[in-house]
Design a protein around this ligand. Sequence first.
Ligand SMILES: [Ca+2]
Length: 414
Amino acid sequence: MTSSSGKMDMRLVLPVCVVLLTVWLVVPADGTAFSCPTDAYDVPTQNTPPCPKNRGKRDLTSDIAAMKTEVEGLKEKVQKAKSDNKDDQMEMENSLNAEKKKREDLANQLPDMMKKVDDLKTAAEADIDNLKTGQSEALKQLKAKLQDLKQKVNDLEAKVRDGVRIGEENKAGKDNTDGTSKPPKQNKPKDVQDCAHIHEQSSSKRSGLYSSMVPGVRTSVITYCDMDSTKEGGGWTVIQRRQTGDSFERKWNEYKHGFGDPMGTFWWGNEKVHQLTQQKPYQLRVELQNAAGIKRVALYDDFKLEGEDSKYTLHVGKYSGTAGDALRTHNGNKFSTKDQDNDDYAPSSCAEGYKGGWWYNDHCFDGNLNAAYENEATEGTLGYWLSFNGYKGLTYTAMMIRPSDYKPKTNSTP
Ligand SMILES: [Ca+2]
């Protein structure tokens, strides 16, 4: 706009200048036509304007030449203005064209970009689908395994409930009067309180796993029953056995509920023992064997564990047997584990030091069947019974309980 209006102004300047100059030369100040003499200069009258001194024909020619020069200058300026304007216009056009091209390029690229975005989206969706499928497959497999496991557990429970003996098959010959291995009778399924109850039903029952119901314990309990008639007639509920080096360095809750394999090395569980022994008086039978193969037994009347509130405090009554009374100094002691030091030994935790839960006393123990013995490779590693084997490790230990008043029926087995 500015450039255009400048152009217009410059076009008007030339003619206007010519007119003004002519008027200035020709028209007197009062507006009447007047021409000065060319050769002589008259004294001006009142009514005639003074003519410029020495203003002759030559002067006029000179003025016209100057004016021409000025007009030429103006022309040049106009030309330049035109040229500048043209340059501006061209620059603007170039700029517009560049912008237009940029937009066109972008517009051309847009479909490609859209396609790339679509491809990425498709790939991401495919990945998500694969992930979902994979997870669902893994979950399915896990569920199938779980179902399989449940079925196995159900089968096992059914077998136990049906009274099918699971272990100790080799003892069958010894238990049968004719020395042959007859299959066990399929006794009616029956939940019982402990192994003495099972034994009471039929003294011909053999040692192995049975399902028993323990008061205060909601589910049935898999229990190893020792029915060996040479052990005061049998009917023993086994609560501890060590015949392998499996660790007994366990926490409170493991000792509370039990751990291990009832057919092999295991701890039945303090809570179950408490629940049984608070019903009526029980007796305890301890079996020991050392590295030399020597076997010893310790029997205790009035065996009882108090409840968890009392830290399963141990009670043992009168001792009898061949191993010596190593539990005497533990009578009245609380149970301790590596995570619960309830012992009477102030300097440290006996359970931690000897790597097993027990009813530790003020000098840790005299008998401790859950300790780990690691000093001499020539000895056993399964706990101590000082009155039998001193500070040498044992090779086999077992603890079993039975109601004190249980009288096994006379068995016809020789
Ligand atoms: Ca302590």
